[in-house]
Design a protein around this ligand. Sequence first.
Ligand SMILES: Nc1ncnc2c1ncn2[C@@H]1O[C@H](COP(=O)(O)OP(=O)(O)OP(=O)(O)O)[C@@H](O)[C@H]1O
Length: 369
Amino acid sequence: MTQIALHNINKHFGAFHVINNVSLTVEDTEFVVFLGQSGCGKTTTLRAIAGLETIDSGEILIGGKPVQDTRVEERDVAFVFQNFALYPHLTVFENMAFPLRAVRTPKAQVETTVRRVADVLQIGGLLNRRPSALSGGDLQRVAIGRALVRNPKAMLMDEPIGSLDAKLREEMRVELKRLHVEQGSTTIYVTHDQIEAMALADRIVVMHAGVLQQVGAPEDVYANPVNLFVAQFVGSPVMNVADVTLAEDAGGARVTVAGATQGFAFPSALLGQVAATGPANRPLTLGVRPEAVRLTLQPAPGAVATEAHIIEPLGSHDIVDFRIGDATLRARTKAGFVPGPGVPVWVTLDHSRAHLFDTATGQTLGIRL
Ligand SMILES: Nc1ncnc2c1ncn2[C@@H]1O[C@H](COP(=O)(O)OP(=O)(O)OP(=O)(O)O)[C@@H](O)[C@H]1O
């Protein structure tokens, strides 16, 4: 059983607080992805777990044992980095065998282990080649294989497929997921690519400026972001956000985008729900994903009139961009639904998938209609 637990860990580089009181438990066999912008502290946190960085305070437990004062070798975790280095003069077999030979594993066991792991990674046919004769994806498999042969308690991966081209990244993503299903090692994976995070993770940990913002299943983080940072970081295309005002109108509620003359009709329950969270007239930000924005080509009850601006045809669907007041918003439509730019469209929102955030703090009001 390899649970990895972080209790209030902190780390500074000089005056810079790179890991800010981070607490997290990664369960045995779980695949957790640290997601955040470059410089938010993901790599430093991973390196601290591996033992490659010291921490200023807090506790790191691997398999229930405090390890923050132990050396890398004693932690028995394997890591794979983006710029992995294979030994160029050794064959794939010898590269993979290296960590086993380093701990004087008997020859027969080295042989069976390397072949078994190579089979899992589908590189059994490449064992006699040297790294220079491998494609990027195969090099990556070898690097992962080298980490796996020791049957480590946990795998730590830092952007392991970040240097591959888009198509290969997609293939390797599936491979990594399959590998995890088969091997079941507790895994922490670092990336700034939210699609990779959504695709791979049992749970995503969104980090910003050294602070954990939200921890949850990908679909939960996507559907219920706790703040504007998470809302805009997870999901592609990004969630629409716009400053809005809220008012009572004809027995319902009206949400009007700043600068717009027409507002969106909402159920009157919204007024009470907002009032229950604080002053109703404070600055609010509406958040709504493009798939929760509905366009029609004819006027519809409670719809806001505007016109299509830019249309991105993406094959299976289109992304249509339009202006309402001061905001540019986007809707996901069926392919070819809006015939061209400049066409009049009427906009309604799926209330159950609209979010309101406190503009000043960026926190969600947690309202569900
Ligand atoms: N040894 C160091 N000394 C000083 N500052 C450092 C050191 N290592 C990292 N930093 C700084 O700490 C911050 C966090 O770095 P970290 O590598 O953890 O971020 P990250 O989220 O993994 O980003 P990236 O995806 O770019 O690696 C960055 O601003 C970085 O410049």
